[in-house]
Design a binder for this molecule. Sequence first.
Ligand SMILES: [Zn+2]
Length: 258
Amino acid sequence: MKSRLDPRTPLLEGRDGPPFEAVNVDGGSNVVIVCDHASHRVPRRLGTLGLGEPRLRGHIGWDPGAAAVARHLSTELDAPLVSSGFSRLVIDCNRPLRSEQSIAEESDGVCIAGNRGLSPEERRVRADALFHPYHDAIARVLDRRTGRPTVLLSIHSFTPVLSGHARPWNVGVSSRRERRLASLLVAELRADRDGLTVGDNEPYAIDDDLDYTIPAHAEARGLPSALIEIRQDGIEKPADARAWAERLAEAVRRTKMS
Ligand SMILES: [Zn+2]
């Protein structure tokens, strides 16, 4: 099942599409939005990584609903958005390249056969084709805003059940160095009329071994940031994703940091 690559041949073919999508890069908002796990696509040269299509389209392959929320939020706020173009299972754009989970050999109990026993060269090919172009695109968006107030919002979704454990939060907001934006967002979301259960650094906290985007782009530049995780069953339907984006946009506006 494993796809051996000739490292001299580019990973992406024309039909694969680009490694990232950047929209509204000159948007007027102070907010820049990123979506690390926006897609479940796999480059054709890698087949299906040894997985069935339903697995790739499940939560281990991407963050279902997150791309739709991010896109609507970009429109609502007039904010730039950079989204990754390929599955986190090919290479995870929110893991440091040194992390064992950068190219996961297993995810939520599922063996990823196409990721087993990769050579350093094969790993480099994936990083060069997907990871670096995505992060270079985020850096370019931030570079052209130098001198303007800017906050970074990273949009994710999480599975309602992980390793057999049900997770109670409707949404989680994570932050580390610069806590003000996240604290304000937690307060706004907790005040929502729907009585949301809001995690503060839950279900995930920012971690140097497991996170790349917030440390590399926001913390390194001293920018306020928040990583927002929405439970996937709340954004599966397009109308629900739109409603969540509108709710987030309202919460972000009320922080007065947008
Ligand atoms: Zn994610």
